[in-house]
Ligand binder design. Structure first.
Ligand SMILES: [Zn+2]
Length: 396
C-alpha cells in the first residue's frame, strides 16, 4: 500500500516514506475508563495511518493529532496488579542499581506517572539515590521518602538546567511523542550543566510487533514506533550517543542507555522496511484468521479476551467491533472492572465473573502473562482453552 499524502520522516527528514497500515476511525484512547456502553462506543476517534521511513526505518502515524488525546484522571494504565509485571519492574530496578551502578545518584524521571518506578530506585537505603519525578498528570504528595523523592507536575525541559541529574530515566513516553527528535533535544538542552548524565529509555520494539504480526499492538496512543536503528538516528540527531540497546520483556521492549558524548553516524535501516511491507501483505490474512477463530469458538461457548489495556482494546476493535462474538474482556485491575471497552462497548470483568459468562475460550493478549492467566483460571475453576492468537497455540 502506498500513501498518496506522504510526509517526510520526523526523525531523519527523508521524504522517502511509505504508508503500510491504514485504519480509519479507531478509538484514540485504549486505557480510558468508560462508565457505560454508549459512552464506550461514542469515544473520540482518529485515523491510524502508519508509514515507515526508507532511510532510517522509523515508523509513525502520518494522521496523528495530539489534540484528540487527553490523559486525564480517567486514564488508567496501571499494570501493577500483575505479579509478572511486578517481577519485571523489580528486575529492571535491580539491573539499574546492581549491574549499571545507579547508586548515590540524583535521578530524574521524565513521565514518571504515579512515581512507582522512581520510588523503587530511591527507597532502597543501600543504593543511596535521590529522585525528582516529572509528569504533568502526576497526582499525589510532592515529597516523600523523607524528602529524598520529589515530584513536579510539569514536563522536564528548558528552564530545568539548574536541576542536578546523574541519571535520567524515561520509560514508555517517547512512543507517544509525534516529534521525538524535538523532545530529545529539549531534554539534551536541559542537561547542559550535567555532561556526565547517563540516560535510560524504554519503549516498545516495533521489530517484535512486525516479526510476530501482532496486529493489535498498533494503536492511536502510540504515534511513534522504534527499533534499534531508528533509535540511533533519533538520539544522534538530538546530540546523544547511544551506548547500548537491549531487548527486554521477551523482546517486546527495548532498553536504551545513552550519554551526552559526540555520536557516530547511524547505519542502514536493517531490513525494517521489508518487514513493514511483509506486514502490510500479511495483516489482512492475520485479521481474517483471528476473526474466524473467534467466530468458530463463539459457536461452542463463551469467548473472553484477557487484558483490557491497549493490546486487548485494540484487538476487540479489530476482530469484534460490533460486540457480537466476544462475551467480555477480563482485567485484573479492579479500577477497570465494571467499565466498558472504548470503541466496542464490551464489558470489562474480573476473573471471578467468568463462570457467569460460560467462558470456554480465553484469548491471551500478551503471551508474557500465560502462566499467570492459567493460574487465575485454575483458581476460579474455569476450564477454558487459552489461546495466543499470534502463534495459534492452544493451551488448556
Ligand atoms: Zn527517517
Amino acid at each position: 500500500m502506498t500513501g498518496t499524502d506522504n510526509q517526510s520522516c520526523p526523525v531523519c527528514n527523508s521524504p522517502d516514506t511509505d504508508i503500510f497500515l491504514d485504519r480509519r476511525n479507531v478509538p484514540v484512547h485504549q486505557n480510558l475508563l468508560m462508565p457505560d456502553r454508549d459512552a464506550a462506543r461514542a469515544i473520540r476517534r482518529g485515523d491510524l495511518r502508519l508509514a515507515y521511513c526508507e532511510n532510517c526505518g522509523f515508523i509513525f502515524n502520518t494522521s496523528f493529532d495530539p489534540e484528540k488525546l487527553s490523559y486525564s484522571s480517567d486514564y488508567d494504565n496501571n499494570q501493577s496488579y500483575s505479579s509478572v509485571f511486578h517481577e519485571y519492574i523489580n528486575d529492571l530496578v535491580r539491573g539499574l542499581i546492581d549491574a549499571r551502578g545507579v547508586k548515590n545518584s540524583r535521578i530524574v524521571e521524565i513521565g514518571c506517572g504515579k512515581g512507582y518506578f522512581l520510588q523503587k530506585l530511591v527507597e532502597d537505603p543501600a543504593a543511596g539515590n535521590t529522585g525528582i519525578g516529572f509528569d504533568p498528570s502526576y497526582i499525589g504528595p510532592l515529597s516523600c521518602c523523607n524528602g529524598r523523592l520529589q515530584f513536579q507536575q510539569s514536563n522536564f525541559g528548558p528552564g530545568m538546567e539548574h536541576i542536578p541529574a546523574d541519571v535520567v530515566i524515561c520509560r514508555h513516553v517517547i512512543e507517544h511523542i509525534p516529534e521525538p527528535v524535538v523532545f530529545l533535544r529539549s531534554i539534551r538542552a536541559a542537561l547542559e550543566n550535567n555532561p556526565h548524565a547517563r540516560i535510560f529509555f524504554e519503549t516498545p520494539c516495533v521489530r517484535w510487533i512486525l516479526e510476530n504480526n501482532v496486529i493489535w499492538d498498533f494503536f492511536y496512543e502510540h504515534c511513534s514506533y522504534f527499533f534499534a536503528n531508528s533509535l540511533l538516528a533519533a538520539f544522534s540527531r538530538a546530540g546523544f550517543c547511544i551506548e547500548g540497546i537491549v531487548p527486554i520483556f521477551n523482546g517486546q521492549y527495548l532498553w536504551i542507555e545513552a550519554s551526552l558524548k559526540e555520536t557516530p553516524a547511524f547505519t542502514d535501516p536493517d531490513g525494517i522496511c521489508g518487514m513493514a511491507r511483509d506486514y502490510a501483505r500479511d495483516e489482512e490474512r492475520m485479521l481474517d484468521s483471528c476473526s474466524n477463530e473467534i467466530i468458530r469458538r463463539a459457536d461452542v461457548g463463551g469467548v473472553a479476551l484477557w487484558g483490557a489495556a491497549a493490546k486487548g482494546v485494540t484487538f476487540a476493535n479489530l476482530v469484534d467491533p460490533d460486540c457480537r462474538f466476544v462475551s467480555c474482556v477480563v482485567d485484573i485491575n479492579p479500577n477497570k472492572q465494571g467499565h466498558y471497552v472504548p470503541g466496542t462497548g464490551h464489558p470489562i470483568v474480573g476473573p471471578g465473573d467468568l463462570a457467569r459468562f460460560g467462558i470456554r475460550s480465553v484469548i491471551l493478549m500478551n503471551p508474557n502473562y500465560y502462566d499467570e492467566v492459567c493460574m487465575q483460571l485454575r483458581k476460579e475453576r474455569i476450564e477454558a482453552a487459552v489461546i495466543d492468537p499470534a502463534r495459534g497455540e492452544h493451551c488448556s
